[in-house]
Design a protein around this ligand. Structure first.
Ligand SMILES: [Zn+2]
Ligand SMILES: [Zn+2]
Length: 215
């Protein structure tokens, strides 16, 4: 069976998790949420074979997840994917909150792929599906690989909690609906969040107070 390698880097002003996902059989790579292009990401990217980074996958448009996107694309030529509702954040530092928290640091870039619910992306033989999970932002997505039972949950689901819903575009009701949708993925699904440690759907079903509220 083909192996998938997941490397985690804590990047950027808030140490958000950037995941480097490699399909070992093909050598194709997707980088999820490059929070900044710094020496750590440059070193990791330098080890990646030339031309093998095919996607930069963004879970949402907040500055702490996207600031490395423009430079990483320049270095690798990878296609940028983001949900269409969060795409304007890539052009506007007010929408991403970069202007408020990290002024002058956002380089505008253009997404090549505008995602909707169910959009599918192939990294080698690994199929990732975008699940639209609004609540933290209007265009938040989680990336789900059904074969490997792994989920990259961005700022929607964290170990023991969920993302904030008090920013522009946030919605506590939608967050609960998104959480209910993620819980349907099944207990064995591994969850790689946008901040903090990895978890599983089973752990969250048992321990996450928001998940318990859904019962
Ligand atoms: Zn966020
Ligand atoms: Zn974040």
């Amino acid at each position: 069976m083909a192996e998938t390698k997941i490397q985690t880097l804590a990047l950027g002003p808030l140490g958000a998790n950037c995941y480097i996902l490699t399909d070992e059989a093909s050598g194709q790579i997707a980088v999820i949420d490059p929070g900044i292009y710094d020496a750590t990401l440059a070193a990791a990217a330098g080890e990646l074979r030339q031309g093998s980074v095919i996607y930069i996958l963004l879970t949402h448009g907040h500055f702490d997840h996207i600031l490395g996107t423009a430079r990483l694309q320049y270095e690798t030529g990878a296609a940028i994917a983001i949900h269409r509702l969060d795409a304007p954040c890539l052009q506007d530092g007010r929408l991403s909150h970069a202007e408020r928290y990290y002024p002058g640091k956002q380089e505008a870039c253009e997404p090549q792929l505008l995602l909707d619910e169910g959009s599918e992306l192939l990294v080698g033989s690994m199929k990732l599906k975008a699940l639209h999970t609004p609540g933290h932002t209007r265009g938040s997505v989680c990336y789900y690989c059904e074969n490997e039972k792994i989920l990259f949950s961005g700022d929607t689901l964290f170990r023991g909690t969920v993302g904030r819903t008090d920013f522009e575009g946030g919605d506590a009701g939608q967050m609960m609906e998104s959480l209910a949708k993620l819980l349907m993925l099944g207990d064995t699904c591994a969850v790689y969040p946008g901040h903090d440690r990895a978890t599983t759907i089973g752990y969250e079903r048992a321990h996450n107070p928001y998940a318990r509220r859904l019962k």
